[in-house]
Ligand binder design. Structure first.
Ligand SMILES: NC(=O)N[C@@H](CC(=O)O)C(=O)O
Ligand SMILES: [Zn+2]
Ligand SMILES: [Zn+2]
Length: 354
């Protein structure tokens, strides 16, 4: 690091625009890790059973608020899991009451707990048209599920065969491409003049697909969309550190207990809530872009979702000796392995203000 490089960095308090908190004992075991650094998070609705109606979302929000540490002001921003039976009026009522921030499209079978997702987009067009009218964003898990399509191509094929046709059919619909993992995704977002933005995870800025497979199979680096080759990781880094308002943080922190990852058919998902800010400061420093970290974590997301930026701030400090995080956290549901970036971390969130 150059001698004159900053040793502390103060940012508006960040938000997480894509987060899995789960429910029950797991929720109670993980929520404090997000609430420590983040003011708000968009909460994914892929519970079992999923969060389908406004009433489901209200009940789930209350369970999250209940699980928070005393005094926490963390704000869960709720989403609805789009199904072919979703009622447009219920979605509109959820938005009007201020409860619902977005609706989530899971192509059926694309990822964890997505079997109740959408098979035929025509069936959800009335809901999407209503969302376009009322300005409610659609968050998309952008992968096709066609068995013939190679898993590493599923995002690119989704853009070409599903997302682009949908956006041409309904240009007024605001779409968030969640957890973008490819240069194709980045380029597609950059090509759009309006109504398209993308979230990028912490881990996709750090690992490529080698992390999963070289030297043995490493289930704790397996997530969906699966990490791609190095050229894609570099494209994601460039987008995230560019300051471009169309890119913002969505950690996609997705806890599964270790026995469900370390087995013959392991679940997809990486747990990063606890060390995300340290990892991101490292990445942005490597890219010479520490001055653009705040845009990525704290400014671009609120602008896209039409929310105010947080009044509070946090300060990160760079220590000479590496900071350590636990290898695993213990939850009432079982142990959850923490994302290991495979390099020492030096940045740590040291204080919160306001
Ligand atoms: N990202 C993942 O690998 N897993 C997520 C689902 C998702 O976001 O696709 C999960 O719920 O476990
Ligand atoms: Zn997803
Ligand atoms: Zn996710």
């Amino acid at each position: 690091m150059p001698a004159d490089a900053p040793k502390t960095l103060t940012l508006r308090r960040p938000d997480d625009w894509h987060l899995h908190l789960r429910d029950g004992a797991m929720l109670r075991g993980v929520v404090a890790d997000s609430a420590r650094h983040f003011a708000r998070a968009i909460i994914m609705p892929n519970l079992v059973p999923p969060v389908v109606t406004t009433a489901d979302a209200e009940a789930y929000r209350d369970r999250i608020l209940d699980a928070l540490p005393d005094g926490s002001r963390f704000q869960p921003l709720m989403t609805l899991y789009l199904t072919e039976h979703t009622a447009a009026d219920d979605v509109a009522a959820g938005k009007a009451s201020g409860l619902i921030t977005a609706v989530k499209l899971y192509p059926a079978g694309a990822t964890t707990n997505s079997y109740g997702g959408v098979r035929d987009l025509d069936k959800v067009m009335p809901v999407l048209e209503r969302m376009a009218e009322i300005g409610l964003p659609l968050c998309v898990h952008g992968e096709v599920t066609t068995p013939e399509v190679d898993i590493f191509d599923r995002e690119a094929v989704f853009i070409e065969t599903v997302l682009d046709p949908l956006r041409r059919r309904l240009p007024e619909l605001k779409v968030t491409m969640e957890h973008v993992t490819t240069k194709d995704g980045v380029d597609y977002i950059l090509s759009a003049e309006r109504n398209l933005a993308g979230s990028i995870t912490t881990h996709h800025l750090i690992i490529n697909r080698n992390a999963i497979l070289v030297g043995g199979i490493r289930p704790h680096y397996y997530c969906l969309p699966v990490a791609k080759r190095e050229s894609h990781r570099l494209a994601l880094r460039k987008a995230a550190t560019s300051g471009d308002a169309r890119f913002f943080l969505g950690t996609d922190s997705a806890p599964h207990v270790d026995p469900l990852k370390e087995c013959g058919c392991g679940c997809a998902g990486i747990y990063t809530s606890i060390n995300t800010m340290s990892c991101l400061a490292h990445v942005f420093e490597e890219e010479g872009a520490l001055d653009r970290l705040e845009a990525f974590t704290s400014l671009n997301g609120p602008a896209w979702y039409g929310l105010p930026v947080n009044a509070e701030s946090i300060t990160l400090t760079r220590s000479e000796t590496p900071v350590t995080f636990p290898d695993k956290i213990q939850t009432g549901a079982g142990p959850v392995t923490v994302f290991d970036p495979m390099f020492p971390l030096h940045w740590v969130v040291e204080a919160s203000h306001g």
